[in-house]
Design a protein around this ligand. Structure first.
Ligand code: CA
Length: 220
């Protein structure tokens, strides 16, 4: 899952990036509203973590821009403002959740999972495709009843393909989900992940339509 973090505090931003990456999120971090709008205009994110007090304006402006442009990307506001009126203002502007600083990074991770599940109309937290079972809450995969030793990026590929069950997912879409702006992507990176996943989860788990994309079928 790829997250956009909008936060001007260097220490907190570092901590959130590191904490979310440990929970297998891909995180892009920007520090003001201008950079946030630029990132949102060019990339797609599974969710936003949004600070309100930013050097060039109010984070609520980013949220309003999203909603005015018909973008339903889930948003968690994180801010030191703890007045009830601030909270109501944020939720009214279209935020999905709210955390008051300081907050626990594991709680932020859990809330991100909850709001992205809701956004994808998927209240279920377990998805099954044949012998492969994906637990969205634990962020784990079992194959033939045993835990599958997946890397964070392999897990992200499985989650993306299973959430989009039956749809063809292009290599570009997978790259966008797995890699942030600053990551170097080897030209065969996705093929390598797919190859390893077939080794770990069975040769037929992922269907490859030559040159067009990848698909996992029959997800329940
Ligand atoms: Ca701030």
């Amino acid at each position: 899952m790829r997250i956009l973090l909008v936060e001007d505090d260097a220490l907190l931003g570092d901590a959130v990036c590191e904490g979310l990456r440990q929970q297998s999120y891909v995180v892009d971090w920007v520090r003001d509203t201008g950079a946030a709008l630029a990132a949102l205009s060019t990339s797609s994110f599974s969710a936003l973590v949004l600070d309100l007090g930013l050097p060039d304006g109010d984070g609520l402006g980013v949220l309003r821009w999203l909603r005015q442009n018909g973008r339903a990307t889930p948003v968690v506001i994180v801010t030191a403002r703890d007045r009830v009126s601030d909270r109501i203002g944020g939720l009214d502007a279209g935020a999905d959740d709210y955390l008051i600083k300081p907050f626990d990074i594991d709680e932020l991770g859990a809330r991100l999972r909850a709001i992205t599940r809701r956004a994808q109309g998927c209240a279920e937290s377990v998805l099954t495709a044949g012998d492969v079972i994906l637990d969205l809450r634990q962020r784990s995969v079992t194959y033939l009843g045993a835990p599958a030793p997946l890397t964070a990026r392999e897990y992200a590929v499985v989650e993306l393909l299973m959430r989009k069950s039956g749809c063809l997912v292009t290599r570009g879409e997978i790259e966008e989900e797995l890699y942030g702006f600053d990551d170097h992507i080897a030209s065969n990176a996705i093929e390598v992940h797919i190859h390893n996943l077939r080794r770990k989860l069975g040769a037929h788990f992922i269907t490859n339509l030559k040159g067009r994309g990848y698909r996992v079928e029959n997800v329940r």
